[in-house]
Ligand binder design. Structure first.
Ligand code: SF4
Length: 262
């Protein structure tokens, strides 16, 4: 089936936020149930124990609640307290599997939730004003971006091997890498992507891929900040895919230090 995902379809951040909030409520209910079941046993050990455990649970959920409020604040463009920024990024990565599980129960399309997660994650990263020198930025893209009939072997070294014939977007990306100075690699899967991150040791990553690969990639490289750009799939998944080069350029510019800041 032809995948008609197009860049103009903006994923909704509020879907992920709603699922995060429900995840928090579910976890709070489970914690309350654990506390209630263990209440009598704990009181037998010490009369203070139920209170101590109750305060501990309440503290954890209050912190997570503040984190979610921070994410909502960030999305609404409200000032985002710097002390919560790192915690918030950690939080969305931590609660993501629960949000996906709940989304399934409520009948939401997994891809939609993943798109929403990527949007939220990107916004949190930009809100932290993470800026890195070009030589510490790694841009990775999947192999399916290369024209299927291209005879040139571009994995591992697209800069040397792509002939920039204009047949696919790899040529434009190599030209962008040359112009801006970031590392650019084409990978055939998660293992090679992880090896490339290990080898380059970047301070930030920009990944181009589908929803599934971006969400797993962002979580794989955490705590390294990773911005995701969705690919465009006019020919169905994993075949002669494209990317919006202007969007890639904009996202890279947001991550790079100005020349005078270096
Ligand atoms: S731009 Fe590069 S990778 Fe794409 S078809 Fe041409 S030579 Fe092959």
């Amino acid at each position: 089936m032809v995948d008609r995902m197009h860049v103009s379809e903006r994923p909704r951040k509020r879907l992920f936020i709603a699922l995060l909030s429900v995840s928090l409520l579910v976890m709070a209910f489970l914690a309350w149930a654990v506390w209630r079941v263990s209440y009598l046993g704990l009181r037998e050990i010490s009369s203070y124990l139920p209170l101590v455990l109750g305060i501990l649970f309440a503290g954890v959920f209050l912190a997570i609640g503040i984190g979610i409020a921070g994410i909502v604040g960030a999305i609404l463009g409200l000032p985002f307290l710097s002390m919560f920024q790192r915690r918030t990024y950690a939080l969305i990565n931590l609660l993501f599997p629960i949000a996906i599980m709940l989304g399934k129960i409520f009948g939401f399309n997994r891809r939609k939730i993943e798109r929403s997660f990527i949007e939220v994650s990107n916004q949190i990263i930009h809100q932290q004003h993470i800026k890195v020198p070009a030589d510490r930025l790694l841009v990775v893209t999947p192999h399916c971006l290369q024209l299927a009939t291209c005879p040139h072997k571009i994995t591992r070294d697209p800069m040397a091997n792509c002939q920039r014939c204009g047949g696919c977007d790899i040529g434009a990306l190599t030209a962008l890498a040359e112009e801006m100075g970031f590392h650019f690699f084409v990978v055939t899967g998660g293992t090679l992507a992880r090896q490339t991150v290990k080898k380059i040791r970047p301070k930030a990553v920009l990944a181009i891929a589908c929803e599934r690969d971006l969400t797993s990639g962002i979580q794989d490289v955490y705590p390294l900040p990773a911005v995701g750009v969705l690919n465009i799939r006019p020919n169905g998944p994993c075949y002669n895919t494209h990317v919006d080069i202007d969007l890639v350029r904009q996202e890279i510019q947001k991550l790079l230090l100005d020349k005078e800041e270096k």
